[in-house]
Design a protein around this ligand. Sequence first.
Ligand code: XIL
Length: 348
Amino acid sequence: KPLKEAYKGKFLVGTILGVAALQGKSRQDTELATTHFSAITPENSLKPEAVQPREGEFRFAEGDKLVELCKSCGATAIGHTLLWHAQTGRWMFEGKEGKPLDRELALKRMRTHIGTVVGHYKGKIAQWDVVNEAINDGPGTLRPSPWLKAVGDDFIAEAFRAAHEADPKATLIYNDYNIELNYKRPKAVELVKGLLAQKVPIHAVGIQCHWRMDNPNFTEVEEAIKEYAALGLKVMITELDLGVLPTKYQGADISFRQQMTPEQQAVMNPYTKELPDAVAQAHAERYRLAFEMFLRHQKTIGRVTFWGTHDGSSWLDNFPIRGRTDYPLLFDRQGKTKPAFFAVQNAT
Ligand code: XIL
């Protein structure tokens, strides 16, 4: 039974399609996405560097393909993302010799980009991640990104206003990682409250949810969902995946690991072939707990999107260490359902 059937009337269940799939080069991804999911996000094709690589040069072919695919299977098309510090052509937000761009010029480029892209998909893309990852992990609320440096604190408000103007019916999302965690949640709450106080058109908080087996603690996550709901916003789970590798094999110490030989790196990845059954079961169990939590908040949560369908096309293969694999999704590399699929399908 398709996953989307199991969640009908509860929330949208989404996945992503990569560049290859949207160029018609990955039948397996496209088939799984259109069969099982009620929302589809382009993994990279609508990011600023993809859609406007050079000033005034807009590329909509892959985004148009996404819209067409969504139409054919009844899925909701999701836009990701309009404004970000990464995957953006430097021309858009950087001044000469590393100096911040002039504010008016930065605002003009922002408004042109957002207005053109959202305008092109008016009535076709229902939800937009308007601003991505603007909150700082370290001290201070906002990340010292080129947008912040050029425009100032109101760059986020201005981005939402531009998106709303281009498509007043679209659901507009502020998207970030770790804003479900205690260290970053207060900053997100402060940001969102400020936007709401100024009547900025923001409708939802997008929590990415790139999670692992031992992290985060779901009690903490649930508190965050409740707090965002109390602000009167929807919550979208926008990029869910659940890496199985123990924390010591994950992100930290990237510089050190990049100097390792392939043989040494292989030792860092204990599951180079098949996932041991016990790990697959534990992975499924954690997905079950996650979806039970999401279902408890189905009035708040509008969508749960996985950042990938099968393990073979997950961004966690090769990230943050080249050659390192992971097993974060519901389908395996052959496109077969894993225990996690049934856990999600049957969660109540
Ligand atoms: C990732 C893609 O999955 C990769 O293919 C790409 O190389 C880098 O970006 N947060 C986000 C996503 O908002 O856009 C990122 O996607 C994953 C982290």
